[in-house]
Ligand binder design. Structure first.
Ligand SMILES: NC(=O)c1ccc[n+]([C@@H]2O[C@H](COP(=O)([O-])OP(=O)(O)OC[C@H]3O[C@@H](n4cnc5c(N)ncnc54)[C@H](OP(=O)(O)O)[C@@H]3O)[C@@H](O)[C@H]2O)c1
Length: 259
């Protein structure tokens, strides 16, 4: 029986992975879904003690500090969860020869390339969140030879607070919305990413290193909002605006399409 630890089980990706495991009920694999209160991955002692008591074959790290704007003023918290904690997991996985599947982000790039980003492209994060996630990638790859870093982008799902659920709420409340139209990326359904991770585990894929996984369509937040309105039958008027009219504490890459 192979044991799979999934951290951050209450997040949108953690929940989508849980749905898939419940649906397929894999034999020969035991999944342990732990939320923050069950395993705080930024607590080194707790991580060590968990691995001391459990022999793990795969660790899927769905836990992260994902508040991109707040990270600008809470850098320490962001680095603790997105970098230090990955170090602890990678050390323990290396010790147990376990595969670490670390989820990362398009925000490790500055968005200047204007061509789809390849895994080997030069990183240059422009906000604290991106910097903390890049440091996490480096710990994962540097400490555990069996690490797979999956970079993804613009993740949405029916769970929690994300662009999709926020738009549904706002579209139900308002007749008109102004949405940024000059940031370009690829929305990724967390359910597709979860399925990809699930298949990767069951196929025992051993291509370690960095890879990309994102949705197929390149669009702006404005395009995405229009799509959400159309698919859910909202007649909300959606106006395109430039980023300059929607200032946020964290700078975002203007073009972060993953190949
Ligand atoms: N969302 C996106 O658009 C996006 C884009 C690119 C990449 N990603 C990456 O994709 C992965 C999954 O993201 P997501 O959207 O599913 O995030 P999410 O919904 O924000 O979930 C993250 C989960 O991590 C938990 N967590 C935070 N700190 C923790 C800690 N110290 N120990 C244990 N759990 C902790 C959170 O717990 P609480 O619920 O208690 O806060 C939350 O349940 C992350 O690595 C993220 O960086 C996300």
């Amino acid at each position: 029986m192979k044991k799979v630890l999934v951290t951050g089980a209450n997040g949108q990706l953690g929940k989508c992975l849980q749905d898939i495991v419940n649906q397929f009920q894999p034999t020969h694999y035991q999944f342990l879904f732990l939320n923050r209160s069950e395993l705080d991955i930024s607590n080194k002692e707790l991580v060590e003690s968990f691995f001391f008591s459990n022999k793990i074959d795969f660790c899927v790290n769905c836990a992260a500090y994902t508040a991109v704007d707040l990270a600008e003023t809470e850098a320490e918290a962001a680095f603790k969860a997105n970098a230090d904690a990955v170090k602890y997991l990678a050390e323990e996985c290396a010790e147990q020869e376990a595969t670490l599947i670390q989820i990362s982000t398009d925000y490790v790039f500055d968005g200047e390339k204007k061509q789809p980003y390849l895994p080997e492209d030069l990183t240059n994060p422009i906000n604290v969140y991106g910097k903390s996630k890049l440091e996490g990638e480096r710990w994962a790859l540097g400490l555990n030879p069996k690490s797979i870093v999956i970079r993804t982008s613009w993740v949405y799902s029916p769970y929690g607070k994300n662009f999709y659920t926020t738009m549904l709420r706002l579209m139900a409340e308002r007749d008109e919305l102004n949405i940024v139209s000059d940031q370009i990326g690829k929305p990724t359904d967390a359910r597709d990413l979860a399925q990809y991770i699930y298949d990767l585990i069951l196929s025992q894929d051993s291509h370690y290193g960095i890879r990309n996984f994102s949705g197929n369509e390149v669009m702006s937040w404005y395009d995405f909002a229009k799509k959400i309105a159309n698919e859910n039958g909202f007649s909300t008027k959606i106006n395109p605006i430039p980023t300059s009219q929607y200032p946020t504490p964290a700078k975002r890459p203007m073009w972060s399409v993953l190949k």
